[in-house]
Design a binder for this molecule. Structure first.
Ligand SMILES: Cc1ncc(COP(=O)(O)O)c(C=O)c1O
Length: 371
């Protein structure tokens, strides 16, 4: 018998399994339903650009070849778009892969990592695996409390994780606040700004932090993904923007071929389709307006979203709400595990999916009012 306690990296023993949203197939089998709608994992309801699809078919003749270990072509293309050097970019197997690579490269035993109480769970996971110490800071309602994060900095702080816009709240910190925050963080502390959802913020709000980095803030690590706006969650590709020495360090420890030849090609093609991106942002924005209107009518609290999902406070037990909505064939995310016991997170779907969800919620609310 394997003694797993003895065998394990003690950091791994401290982690919990990541629980993804249930799959449609799972729910179809469990509940014997023929149609199930998934609105739980913030995937794109709009799908994939035709250009990415074409690139996917074009690459089929090269599947027997290893990919470029450091995705030179794609990094050059991204560097042109972001006005930085390819040496400032590291690619990964999704933003998740980048979070792991960065954690492996920088976090050591006992290093402190500041993480807001309600945010994307993977930061805490990698800190624990590396036997670092997650230091959780309180929220200001549904907002990330930057003052609390600032106050938590000690001589042992190695890294700070700031998800902007934040998952699961959908709220975003304004650029000026981020600016002031970064200016107040000691230069030896690395600030990770996870911008997985940045493209859903109105461009006039000029939200992205890349200009902060290119104007000289070396202690930034900006994280991006192709899973959301580009609809490439299944391809698994994301990237980080940071100082070239940190890129070199990450490239020493990352798995050599961590980005598939398919992912690199479809991502490069997706970057060219500006119309598709604009359409996605437009449609999501329009659908969010529909949500706000109906949620206001239902008298439910929600967070105005800068992402492709909405956090709704149902005022009821989120797990029960999740189960009741599931019975109708719709998968949403209960946020009890995020410390929000009455909130659910709903990914914006197609117009029909959104109408179906809102109608289901309407019935659920009126049922509970009667009881
Ligand atoms: C805030 C945030 N960061 C990172 C990720 C991971 O993205 P990827 O699919 O690129 O691994 C997600 C996925 O939902 C996310 O919400």
């Amino acid at each position: 018998m394997v003694d797993i306690e003895r065998l394990a990296n003690s950091g791994a023993l401290k982690t919990k399994v990541y629980i993804p949203g249930k799959s449609k197939q799972e729910v179809k089998c469990e509940l014997g339903l023929s149609k199930v709608t998934k609105m739980a994992s913030n995937e794109s309801a709009i799908g994939v650009s035709v250009r990415a699809e074409e690139a996917y078919h074009e690459i089929s003749g090269l599947l027997h070849i290893y990919p470029d270990p450091v995705s030179r072509d794609l990094r050059e293309k991204l560097a042109r778009l972001l006005s930085c050097s390819p040496g400032n970019i590291t690619m990964g197997n999704g933003a998740d892969g980048v979070i792991y690579n960065l954690g492996m490269a920088v976090i050591g035993e006992g290093d402190e990592a500041i993480i807001p109480e309600t945010t994307f769970p993977l930061y805490e996971t990698i800190v624990k695996i590396m036997r670092g110490k997650p230091v959780k800071t309180g929220m200001d309602g549904f907002r990330i409390d930057l003052d609390a994060m600032r106050r938590a900095i000690t001589g042992k702080t190695k890294i700070i994780y700031l998800c902007n816009p934040n998952n699961p709240t959908g709220d975003a910190v304004e650029k000026k606040e981020i600016h002031d925050f970064i200016a107040s963080v000691p230069e030896e502390v690395l600030v990770v700004i996870d911008e997985a959802y940045i493209d859903f913020i109105a461009p006039e709000e000029d939200p992205c932090s890349v200009t902060l980095f290119t104007s000289g803030r070396d202690n930034l690590f900006i994280l991006r993904t192709f899973s959301k706006i580009f609809g490439l969650a299944g391809a698994r590709i994301g990237y980080g923007i940071c100082h070239e020495d940190l890129v070199s360090l990450i490239h020493r420890i990352k798995p050599p071929f961590n980005v598939s030849i398919i992912a690199e090609h479809v991502a490069a093609a997706a970057l060219d389709d500006h119309q598709f991106m604009a359409r996605t942002v437009d449609e999501i924005r329009r659908e969010k307006e529909l949500y706000y209107r109906i949620l206001d009518q239902l008298g439910l609290e929600y967070v105005t979203s800068h992402t492709n999902f909405i956090l709704v406070d149902t005022g009821l037990d989120a797990k029960q709400v999740f189960e009741e909505i599931l019975q109708e064939g719709i998968i949403v995310r209960p946020c009890s595990g995020y410390g929000l016991p009455t909130c659910i997170r709903v990914t914006i779907g197609t117009h029909e999916e959104n109408l179906l969800f809102l109608d289901t919620l309407k019935h659920l609310v009126s049922r509970h009012k009667k009881n």
